[in-house]
Design a protein around this ligand. Structure first.
Ligand SMILES: NC(=O)C1=CN([C@@H]2O[C@H](COP(=O)(O)OP(=O)(O)OC[C@H]3O[C@@H](n4cnc5c(N)ncnc54)[C@H](OP(=O)(O)O)[C@@H]3O)[C@@H](O)[C@H]2O)C=CC1
Ligand SMILES: O=C(O)C1=N[C@H](C(=O)O)C[C@H](O)C1
Length: 268
């Protein structure tokens, strides 16, 4: 019997699901004990060893409750509607629920609150070390520069991405707003098109590019009179997100119930 923590991966066949399975299995710090896909998915009933060439003996299931029963953590990079269901089940089983899913609306976030009263949730729109550092830098730069400097968050992702702005762009926008001491909801400019009028002073703009296989690129532009400051992160490998998620799952063991961020995990 392995002494390593048991980890469940939901959305196992997805871009991140597969990366998470490979990262956990290669880490030597945990093992994949179960993999979940939705009912009717071609992978359900298949051995991961057969479909991925790793984690032999783990048969993909469409029963998350059964999968969660023998695990210590679940890594969940799926879709908002699925994530809120998994949160209730993870809380029931007292698992650490690491949520990478983006595009979560207020109604989804509200449904995480009861779960976080019973179990540890670590949620971040981006689990990489580099982006979480960029978030801290953005807060500091926004604090140092006044509203004469226009803030724009520009992000680029692959053609399959379904949500915009990205979760990362929203984290960066929140950090810029916090640095300025304003509420992002009150100063956010999204999706400019047509005769928009001149830019509002103090607003934070968002632009999204979608194309090809771009893993994820984020710029925070501070545009002043006669000069610009640009903070940039470029992801070239999804392993950076998976490594962060595994770190969060291990960090969360034994922590008090509640919702935590990657900044908590990284000690920023
Ligand atoms: N926080 C971070 O660091 C990162 C976050 N992400 C986010 O992770 C999410 C997934 O991204 P990505 O892997 O590219 O997307 P994919 O579409 O490749 O994968 C999503 C997976 O989740 C599955 N899924 C959806 N609903 C359910 C359900 N009810 N039960 C079980 N499985 C389900 C999908 O299955 P099906 O195909 O059948 O729908 C699919 O296998 C996105 O929200 C993305 O923004 C991505 C990278 C990093
Ligand atoms: O969908 C993706 O791919 C990614 N999503 C996250 C986001 O919305 O910011 C993180 C990363 O940029 C990749």
């Amino acid at each position: 019997m392995s002494e390593l923590p048991n980890i469940v991966v939901t959305g196992a066949s997805g871009r991140m699901g597969q990366m998470l399975i490979r990262t956990v299995e290669a880490s030597g710090k945990a093992r994949v004990s179960a993999a979940v896909e939705r009912s009717g998915h071609a992978w359900v009933g298949q051995d991961l060893g057969e479909v991925m060439g790793v984690a032999k003996g783990v048969v993909v299931t469409d029963d998350p409750l059964e999968a969660f029963a023998t695990a210590q953590a679940v890594l969940d990079f799926t879709a908002p509607a699925a994530t809120v269901e998994f949160a209730a089940l993870a809380a029931q089983a007292r698992l650490v629920h690491v949520i990478g899913t983006t595009g979560m609306e207020a109604e989804h976030l509200a449904r995480l609150e009861p779960a976080a009263r019973h179990a540890v949730i670590v949620r971040a729109g981006n689990m990489s070390l580099g982006v979480n550092l960029l978030v801290e830098l953005t807060r500091k730069v926004a604090q140092a520069l006044d509203a004469d400097w226009d803030v724009e968050v520009i992000e680029a992702h692959h053609r399959h991405k379904v949500d915009a702005p990205s979760g990362t762009a929203l984290m960066l926008g929140e950090a810029a707003a916090e640095g300025r001491g304003v509420s992002l909801a009150e100063v956010s400019d999204r999706g400019r098109d047509g005769i928009t009028g001149a830019r509002d002073r103090g607003h934070i703009g968002f632009s999204a590019i979608r194309g090809g296989d771009i893993v994820g690129e984020h710029d925070v532009l501070f545009a002043g009179e006669g000069e610009r400051v640009i903070l940039r992160h470029v992801a070239t490998d999804r392993a950076i997100f998976a490594r962060g998620a595994l770190k969060a799952a291990l960090w969360g063991q034994g922590k008090a119930p509640g919702e935590y961020s990657m900044a908590d995990v990284l000690g920023f």
